[in-house]
Design a protein around this ligand. Structure first.
Ligand code: PLP
Length: 427
């Protein structure tokens, strides 16, 4: 089909009528589908069920260091689990500490501590007139919610296919002492599935921030979440690059097993320089006597090493790849060449990011909802929930079944066509 842009008003009106009829037929089907949730499906969670058989009342729960995992002790985690998470996060064991079940709650803690006590002896942020953060957009809504909650001013930085706009980041960070951090999902980013290029990582490592307590919040949530065995993205290891650049303290690197084993019941970790970790541990020892070592042990005994984890991740890929491919081929089939939006084909992660025509995202999400398909609210991928161009929509293909996903993607494409044709008619 030719582009909507090139059509006459009569052609556009004809198409609107045709697509409206199709839409009404969808409405009659009474669908109740959800494309909004970035969580694994039941089949994916079932892949880890054998982990539940690893520990029972007969199991020896003494870890490698001779510590009884049922009891208090080991503030930063058991050695065997640290080794596993360090391999997943591609850092040295001594640069990593284990926490509880959620990397997001570590990130929240980091911001909270920076406000109450400051970072490595710097002024606590609550004493400052203003604190600002850079937010690559589109990005992860829950990052933005944390900074919004603490009253931090968020500055949008556009994403490119190589990562966030580094020219802009360098100029902002180097001039403005009130900028204390940047949120990054550097591999298979949420929602675009973009992996930062080598050049981007090296430029991050070489930043010269005006603020001494500026940190890069490097959320490595999708480090091993490939969709394909062969076609995999590669990300330079940031801690190593920062050290090489003489900037070892500039980064906090997070990861968890949430989308490897059980979301909400996984193990989360933070990697950072020795100076940063020492600073953090001074507070951590007040906050807790120690993390859930039984769960750490369960994970460390379920996976012998990172290669085991990678094999496990390929089983996840086999389940979710067909859903990603189905959505992408439906988008191709219905929207290619139509000038009704653009999208990125990711090689990993949990999302497909769709950019509608400016001013159309909210209307598309609303239309889909009125026919029974729930999408992530338009605007969620921007700070304060406000997408200035009202164009980005995050599609989450993992949770629904393949059939549901096909139906939802067909309806989504139709809603895009209808809202876009309206826009062209109006203009
Ligand atoms: C980029 C990113 N970071 C963190 C999380 C949450 O991780 P956790 O379960 O470890 O808190 C998610 C979950 O969707 C995510 O997409």
């Amino acid at each position: 089909m030719k582009s909507l842009k090139e059509m006459s008003k009569t052609e556009l009106l004809g198409l609107r009528q045709e697509w409206q009829k199709e839409y009404e037929n969808f409405q009659k089907k009474g669908l109740t589908l959800d494309m909004s949730r970035g969580k694994p499906s039941v089949e994916q969670i079932n892949l880890s069920m054998e982990m539940m058989d690893i520990l029972n009342s007969q199991t020896n729960l003494v870890g490698e260091q001779g510590i009884d995992c049922r009891n208090y002790g080991l503030l930063d985690g058991i050695e065997e689990a640290k080794r596993l998470l360090a391999e997943i996060n591609e850092v040295a064991v001594e640069n990593l500490i284990l926490y509880g079940n959620s990397s997001l709650s570590i990130m929240y803690d980091m911001i909270s501590r920076s406000f109450s006590h400051g970072i490595t002896g710097n002024t606590p942020w609550h004493k400052l007139e203003k604190v600002k953060f850079l937010c690559p957009v589109p990005g992860y809504d829950r990052h933005f919610l944390i900074t919004e909650y603490f009253g931090i001013e968020m500055i949008c930085v556009p994403m490119t296919e190589k990562g966030p706009d580094m020219d802009l980041i360098e100029s902002l960070v180097e001039e403005d002492e009130e900028i204390k951090g940047i949120w990054c999902v550097p591999k298979y980013s949420n929602p675009q599935g973009i992996t930062y290029s080598d050049e981007t990582v090296i430029r991050f490592a070489n930043l010269k921030p005006a603020a001494k307590d500026f940190r890069i919040y490097w959320d490595n949530a999708y480090s091993i979440h490939h969709l394909y065995e062969e076609k995999q993205d590669f990300l330079l290891e940031i801690l190593k690059e920062c050290k090489k650049a003489g900037n070892p303290d500039i980064v906090f690197k997070f990861c968890s097993t949430s989308k490897v084993t059980f979301p909400g019941s996984g193990v989360a970790a933070l990697a950072a320089s020795t100076a940063n970790l020492n600073d953090i541990k001074k507070q951590l020892v007040i906050q807790t006597i120690g993390p859930d070592k039984v769960n750490q042990l369960r994970h460390a005994r379920f996976f012998a090493n990172v290669d085991d984890v990678k094999r496990h991740m390929m089983k996840h890929a086999e389940i979710i790849r067909p859903k990603f491919e189905a959505v992408l081929s439906i988008l191709d089939e219905h929207l290619s060449g139509l000038d009704a939006g653009t999208w990125i084909k990711p090689r990993g992660g949990y999302f497909i990011s769709f950019d509608a025509l400016p001013g159309c995202a909210k209307a598309i999400v609303k239309k889909a909802k009125e026919a029974g398909v729930v999408l992530t609210p338009a605007g969620a991928t921007y700070p304060y929930g406000k997408d200035p161009e009202d164009k980005n929509i995050r599609i989450a293909p993992t949770f629904p079944s393949l059939d549901e996903m096909v139906n939802a993607a067909e309806l989504f494409s139709l809603c895009v066509k209808l809202v876009s044709v309206e826009k062209y008619i109006a203009s």
